[in-house]
Design a binder for this molecule. Sequence first.
Ligand code: SAM
Length: 207
Amino acid sequence: MSEQRRAVRDGYDGLADDYLANRSGEPASVLTALTAHLDSGMRVLDAGCGQGTPVTDTLSSDFDVVGVDFSREQLRLARDHVTDAALVQGDMTHLPVESSAFDAVCAFYSIIHVPVEEHERVFEEFARVLRPGGYLLSTVGDEAWEGSNPDWLDSGIEMQWSFPSIEETNELLTQSGFTVLDTFVVDDRLGSQYPFVLARYDGDRVR
Ligand SMILES: C[S@@+](CC[C@H](N)C(=O)[O-])C[C@H]1O[C@@H](n2cnc3c(N)ncnc32)[C@H](O)[C@@H]1O
């Protein structure tokens, strides 16, 4: 495991409670951009589900949800807060789920922590697990950036981020077989603004 992945995973293990305190409440309304395309009972993968609230839990009231995260502590919190979803420990670059098994993937604030050189691999994994015609809603970066905060959320724990520009992200999505349908800029409770991309997997990769 690379130094960055270990720092992110161990970081979330260490500051899971601090993050939960900042992340509960209502889900961002952008979630409806995804759910508007889904029928009740459809299968949704929440990639980097974290503590599960509010996104995984909200989705689980209507859909058949699997949450995947590599942080043991985040999953522990999710087990306390999510009413009805399967929660699995795993890495977004090697999702521990079957191919073509999901109608939708959502990834809120997670791929922005994956080393930039592995974003392509993550989008290929999203393509693998989606059925053709399935939807993806993912937080992405705006301007390319790699960096860290040595004391994130005043926890005393370092957190790292890594992402390409949104133009490069859209190219990676296209190469992985996605059609980008829309982009939304969302204010979050932590005071930052990230774009979210809504894309459809059309099932035939360019490469
Ligand atoms: C900012 S939190 C977001 C949690 C949740 N999606 C939300 O909206 O509140 C990012 C989550 O992504 C997870 N994560 C980051 N990189 C990951 C990876 N490579 N594989 C699996 N989970 C990852 C972290 O452990 C953390 O729980």
